[in-house]
Write a protein that binds this ligand. Structure first.
Ligand code: ADP
Length: 551
C-alpha cells in the first residue's frame, strides 16, 4: 500500500445473517404465500409472516431441547414449509442445519449423522422406518422430531420422539434472533461420495448470503417479488440450490412440491399455483416433458427452468422452448460452491440468435456468476487459454466456495494458491462460456486422445426413441479404451444397434462414435440423480467390444 495506512470505512458493520432474510420477507412481503404439497397429502398454504412466527416458536422449542449455538441438527425431509421453518430456526439461532440426503444408502446416512455429531434429527413421516433401522447406531442423537401433527404421529420404536406441531405449539413466538459473527457456520451438506466416504461442506451465514445476493441477479436466476418459485431440487441437495434463501431475499411466492415429484403432480402445481420459475436436475424434467406429451396438458405460466446437476441435453432445451414456451437456463455448480458457479444467459449483441443458435449455446454450462472465479489448467497446473478449444481441469475460488472439508485435515482438491479443483474437465470460450466436457474420472481415453462421455450421451438422448443413455470407456486391446453406449429405449420402441450408431454420423468425429451399444431396462443413479458410472464400469468391465479383434 505504498507505505500508507489503509483507512477504515465508516459504514455499519451489520453482519450478513440468515435471520435477516426471513425478517426481511416478513417486513416487506408478509402476506406473500408459501404453498406446500404436504407429506400427509393435502395442500397447505400460509405466508412469510406465518413462517417467520413459527420459526421463532421453533427456535424457542430448540432451546428447550437443549440445542445451543454450534450444535448440529439434522433433517431427513422433503421440500415443505416445515423444512423451510427448520432452515431459519436452526441457522437463525446460531446452530447448524445439517440437511441429509435420504436417498443415500442407510450405512452412509448413519456414518454422516455420527460424523457430524448431530444432537437432534427432524424427520418426515416417510423416513421414520429408515431411522428405526439405524437408531442403535446413532451415537449423539438426543431428540428426534417427527415433522407432522398429533393426528398423524406414527407408532414408533424410536427413542426420545417429539411431534413437530405439538413441540412448537408449546412455545411462544417471543424470540429475538441473536446477532453474531457472519462467519459462523450456518449449514452443513455432505457430498454424495460416489468415491470414498462422504465429505462435509460447512457453509457460513456470510457465504450463504453472498450466494443469495448473486443468485437473484438477472444473469443468474433473475428472481423478483413478481415470481412464483417451485424448487424441485431437494432441500437436502445443496440447500435446494439456495432457493429458500434467495426467495426470502426477493420476496417471491414459494411452491414446495413435498415428496410428489412425478410429472402429473408437478404439472398440477405449476398450473394451479401459476409458477413462473423452477429448478431441478434433467431426470425430473424428462419425466415432466414425457407426461405433458402424453397427457396433452400445459405449463403455461412457467417462464424459466434452471437445469443443472448433470448436463442438459440440447433436445430438452428445444422441447421446453418449442412446445411449452419456457426458457431453459443451463446451470453448473457443486456442493462445494453453495452451489452455483455458472448460468447460461445470452449477452448484449446476441439478440438475433436463431432458435438453433440458442439451443447450441445452451449446451454449454454458462458464464461465471460474480463470486465464482474460474480457470482451466493442464496437468502441470499451467493456466490454459480461454479459446473454447483447450480443455483442462476446471478450478474455482470465491467467497461461496469451501476452503476445507468438515473435520478433514487436508484436501487434495485445494491448492496452495487458494483454488479448488472441481474434478470437471472443461473449455472456456472467449466470451466466458464454460463447457464441461467430462468429469475427469469419466472421460474416455482412446489412443491417448480424450472423448467426452457427456457429449455422446447428449447426442444419444436426442434420438426420439431413446429415454436415457450413458457412455463409458471399456478396455480395447489397441486403443486402451473405446466408448460403449448403454441405452434405455423409450417404452415400446424397437431400436437397433445399427440405428443408434448411424444416428451419430455427422454429429461427432468418426473416431468418437461408440464401438458398441447395449440396450438396458434402466441405468443406475447416485443419490443426487447422476448416472452412477462407477457401477456401470464395474458391470461392463468384461464387455468384449466387437472391434476388439480388429486391428
Ligand atoms: P455430488 O455430491 O454428486 O458431487 P454435486 O451437486 O456437488 O453432487 O455435483 C457436482 C458435479 O455435478 C459437478 O462437479 C459436475 O461434474 C456435475 N454437474 C453439475 N452441473 C452440471 C452441468 N450442468 N453439466 C454437467 N455436469 C454438471
Amino acid at each position: 500500500m505504498g507505505g500508507g495506512v489503509a483507512m477504515e470505512g465508516l459504514m455499519m458493520g451489520t453482519q450478513l445473517l440468515i435471520s435477516s432474510l426471513i425478517r426481511n420477507a416478513d417486513r416487506n412481503h408478509g402476506t406473500t404465500e408459501i404453498v406446500t404439497r404436504t407429506v400427509e397429502g393435502p395442500l397447505h398454504r400460509y405466508t412469510y409472516r406465518d413462517a417467520h412466527r413459527r420459526s421463532r416458536q421453533l427456535a424457542n422449542a430448540l432451546g428447550s431441547l437443549g440445542i445451543k449455538p454450534g450444535d448440529r441438527c439434522a433433517t431427513l425431509a422433503w421440500n415443505t414449509y416445515r423444512h423451510f421453518e427448520i432452515y431459519y430456526a436452526v441457522s437463525g439461532m446460531g446452530a447448524v442445519c445439517h440437511t441429509v440426503n435420504p436417498r443415500l444408502f442407510a450405512p452412509q446416512i448413519s456414518f454422516i449423522l455420527n460424523h457430524a455429531s448431530d444432537r437432534c434429527i427432524f424427520a418426515d413421516l416417510t423416513f421414520v422406518p429408515l431411522l428405526e433401522e439405524m437408531a442403535d447406531e446413532l451415537e449423539h442423537v438426543e431428540a428426534i422430531v417427527i415433522m407432522t401433527d398429533d393426528k398423524h404421529m406414527p407408532r414408533t420404536s424410536l427413542p426420545n420422539v417429539h411431534c413437530y406441531e405439538s413441540l412448537i405449539n408449546g412455545h411462544s413466538d417471543d424470540y429475538d434472533w441473536p446477532e453474531f459473527d457472519e462467519n459462523t457456520a450456518s449449514s452443513l451438506c455432505y457430498t454424495s461420495g460416489t468415491t470414498g466416504d462422504p465429505k462435509g461442506v460447512l457453509y457460513s451465514h456470510r457465504s450463504s448470503l453472498i450466494h443469495a445476493f448473486r443468485s437473484g441477479l438477472p444473469d443468474c436466476f433473475n428472481l423478483s417479488a413478481r415470481d412464483a418459485v417451485l424448487p424441485v431440487v431437494p432441500m437436502f441437495h445443496v440447500n435446494a440450490w439456495g432457493l429458500p434463501y434467495v426467495s426470502a431475499m426477493v420476496g417471491c411466492k414459494i411452491v414446495f412440491p413435498g415428496p410428489a415429484m412425478d410429472g402429473a403432480s408437478l404439472q398440477e402445481l405449476i398450473e394451479n399455483e401459476k409458477v413462473t420459475f423452477s429448478a431441478g436436475v434433467p431426470t425430473i424434467w424428462l419425466s415432466l416433458l414425457q407426461y405433458l406429451e402424453e397427457s396433452g396438458k400445459n405449463i403455461q405460466t412457467l417462464k424459466r427452468v434452471v437445469i443443472g446437476g448433470s448436463a442438459t441435453p440440447r433436445s430438452m432445451t428445444a422441447r421446453f422452448a418449442e412446445k411449452h414456451g419456457a426458457e431453459v437456463l443451463h446451470a453448473w455448480g457443486m456442493t462445494e460452491m453453495s452451489p452455483i458457479g455458472t448460468v447460461n444467459h445470452p449477452k448484449y449483441g446476441m439478440e438475433d440468435e436463431t432458435p438453433d443458435q440458442i439451443y447450441d449455446r445452451q449446451i454449454k454450462q454458462g458464464r461465471e456468476v460474480f463470486g465464482a472465479e474460474m480457470k482451466i489448467v493442464d496437468d502441470d497446473d499451467r493456466t490454459l487459454p480461454n479459446d473454447g478449444k483447450a480443455f483442462g481441469t476446471l478450478k474455482v475460488r470465491g467467497p461461496s466456495v469451501c476452503r476445507a472439508y468438515y473435520k478433514e485435515q487436508r484436501s487434495d482438491a485445494h491448492d496452495e494458491n487458494g483454488w479448488f479443483a472441481t474434478g470437471d474437465v472443461a473449455t472456456i470460450d472467449p466470451d466466458g462460456y464454460m463447457h464441461v466436457t467430462d468429469r475427469s474420472k469419466d472421460v474416455i481415453k482412446s489412443g491417448g486422445e480424450w472423448i467426452s462421455s457427456i457429449e455422446l450421451e447428449n447426442i444419444a438422448v436426442g434420438h426420439p426413441d431413446v429415454a436415457e443413455a450413458a457412455s463409458i470407456g471399456v478396455h480395447h486391446p489397441k486403443w486402451d479404451e473405446r466408448p460403449l453406449l448403454l441405452v434405455v429405449p423409450r417404452n415400446g420402441c424397437d431400436l437397433t444397434r445399427e440405428d443408434m450408431l448411424e444416428y451419430f454420423n455427422g454429429k461427432v468425429a468418426k473416431w468418437w462414435i461408440p464401438d458398441d451399444v447395449v440396450f438396458v431396462e434402466e441405468l443406475p443413479h447416485t443419490a443426487t440423480g447422476k448416472l452412477l458410472k462407477i457401477k456401470l464400469r464395474e458391470d461392463f468391465r468384461d464387455h468384449v467390444l466387437p472391434t476388439a479383434h480388429q486391428s
